[in-house]
Design a binder for this molecule. Structure first.
Ligand SMILES: Cc1ncc(COP(=O)(O)O)c(C=O)c1O
Length: 357
């Protein structure tokens, strides 16, 4: 029996995708091979990768002057790879800090140049998304995290980068809503939330930003070399690319990003409405900046946390424990979480409040 998995990542995948991967496990499309066993240079895998890219481009309406790269090293490697590729020449970049992930990105970038914090929400414990950015016109780019997975803070509009190149860590909400890629110089995301298995990182980068890596950049980290090699400078994360491709097809079959967004709005509303209905549960994030994907909440008394988690577990709802830096609970409700899972959680929360409130 499948459970409702509220993990922030690696996260639940659509059941249909897992079933399809299972059906194709021993023999992919009459090839007599599992995708894991295929040469990345063979015609079968090349067709799988090309189709995954085509479907992703279609879903996000990626303009033709952007490259889509299927890389490794997680979003964390991008924290270094971005300054290595984009900062050369200028030596300066601006960062917006709205939570643990953008803070880490800014810290990592410090090794490569002069980093200026253009805005921060640390004054209010990372509970809002500042729109007013103090940008340096001479900076090579401005980086922000469009959805902070730990704090549950999401930018619902793309901020004005005042002519600077805008770079976004969209790891935890990519494909959850439509996105105007043309507003960005670069968008990146680790796959293990809304895309597919861990081990794959997607980078969407505008053509004119490719080919500017600093001297000494390892070849696998140079966007240009990866772009020239169709992301196969070395062996890519083949199986993760295949499963991501199945997820893209699943999203298309559901109705694309507009339908994902409609479902995600409805799911998040169910949870936030319950949290706001009384004083037993609490979410500290400014209402306009609350994440649709990651919903952190605390109980009126932290001593009840263990009982809450135990009760959830016995009802087939797992991975609800909040991040250690925030405490309480966190429900990650990515695309693959069905509305039934959120309803089950909300029903349980009501019942728990009745018993303990
Ligand atoms: C917004 C965000 N950025 C970066 C990361 C780091 O990703 P990875 O573990 O793929 O390096 C995460 C991971 O959970 C994340 O949620």
């Amino acid at each position: 029996m499948r459970i409702f998995n509220f993990s922030a990542g690696p996260a639940a995948l659509p059941e249909e995708v897992l079933s399809r991967a299972a059906d194709e496990m021993l023999d992919w499309h009459g090839s007599g091979m599992c995708v894991m066993e295929m040469s990345h240079r063979g015609k079968e895998f090349i067709s799988i990768a090309a189709e995954a890219e085509k479907d992703l481009r279609e879903l996000l309406a990626v303009p033709s002057n952007y490259r889509v790269l299927f890389l490794q090293g997680g979003a964390t490697l991008q924290f270094a790879q971005i300054p290595m590729n984009l900062m050369a020449g200028k030596g300066k970049a601006d960062y917006v800090v709205t939570g643990e992930w953008s803070k880490k990105a800014a810290k990592e970038a410090q090794a490569y140049g002069d980093i200026h914090v253009a805005a921060s929400s640390e004054d209010k414990a990372f509970t809002y998304a500042p729109m007013d950015w103090d940008l340096r016109p001479e900076a090579a780019y401005v980086h922000y995290c469009s959805n902070e997975t730990i704090g549950g803070v999401e930018y619902h509009v793309i901020p004005d980068a005042k002519g600077l190149i805008l770079v976004a860590d969209a790891s935890s909400h990519i494909l959850s809503r439509a996105l105007d890629v043309s507003r960005f110089g670069l968008i990146y995301a680790g796959a293990q939330k809304n895309i597919g298995p861990a081990g794959l990182t997607i980078v969407i980068v505008r053509d004119d930003l490719v080919g500017k890596a600093a001297r000494g950049t390892p070849s696998v980290m140079d966007y240009k070399q990866q772009a020239l090699a169709d992301s196969m400078l070395n062996t890519p994360a083949t199986y993760a690319i295949y499963v991501a491709g199945l997820v893209f097809k699943w999203i298309k079959a559901q109705g694309g990003l507009a339908e994902m967004e409609r479902r995600n709005v409805a799911k998040a509303k169910l949870l936030y409405d319950l949290i706001d209905a009384g004083s037993f549960y609490r979410n500290p994030v400014a209402r306009a900046d609350r994440s649709r994907m990651n919903v952190p909440f605390t109980l009126a008394d932290a001593k009840l946390d263990d009982a809450f988690l135990k009760g959830a577990d016995s009802r087939g709802m797992v991975q609800l424990k909040g991040h250690r830096s925030v405490g309480g609970m966190r429900a990650s409700i990515y695309n693959a979480m069905p509305v039934e899972g959120v309803r089950a959680l909300v029903d349980y929360m009501k019942e728990f409040e009745k018993q303990h409130g």
